[in-house]
Unconditional design. Structure first.
Length: 187
């Protein structure tokens, strides 16, 4: 076995998949994974630090099932998701799954949001980070549209139409704005 192949096999065995990350202002910007490993700050642990609950955005959870997304990229994803929650004023929690298996989640496109269970699934295999973030933003715009009452019980036009056009436009704007301060997402 070639040394490079052996090293990759060892690396894969050491990684823990799926991985779970917690975020949102509920944790005062401190995020951590399920193993207690801190990704920034003191780990938060959900302590509001004396802030009023009404001033705290809803938390979110990101499950990573994709072996192509390594832990060094997750701070960008978490920071971006905090940014989106703030910009869109999302009030309720969302569970985001980043996956390399579209079939497992029934994805026909690159991402989907289901308001019934507040779950967002994003296909992330072999995609540029900015494109993954654009998909997250697009689906969270839909979450915001539900919260604002723009989307009701009737089916939404899947291609074009005011709801989908807004999600596409706003997602692109948010990625660009975030990218100006975080240019590493474009690498």
């Amino acid at each position: 076995m070639k040394l490079k192949t052996l090293a990759n096999e060892i690396r894969k065995k050491k990684q823990k998949y799926p991985r779970r990350y917690y975020g949102g202002m509920y944790f005062l910007g401190h995020t951590h994974n399920s193993d207690g490993g801190d990704i920034g700050g003191d780990g938060g642990g959900g302590d509001s630090g004396g802030m009023e609950e009404s001033k705290i955005s809803a938390p979110y959870v990101i499950d990573v099932e994709d072996n192509n997304i390594d832990d060094t990229r997750m701070p960008d994803v978490l920071k971006f998701t905090d940014f989106i929650y703030d910009k869109l004023g999302i009030k309720n929690p969302v569970n985001i799954t980043m996956t390399d298996d579209r079939e497992k989640h029934g994805l026909k496109t690159l991402a989907h949001f289901n308001n019934d269970d507040s779950k967002c699934v994003v296909y992330s295999k072999n995609r540029n980070m900015a494109d993954i973030l654009r998909s997250i933003a697009h689906e969270l715009v839909h979450k915001s549209q539900f919260e604002r009452g723009q989307i009701g019980d009737k089916p939404v036009q899947d291609i074009g139409g005011p709801i989908e056009d807004e999600a596409n436009a706003v997602a692109g704007q948010l990625v660009k704005e975030f990218g100006y301060k975080n240019p590493g997402i474009f690498e």
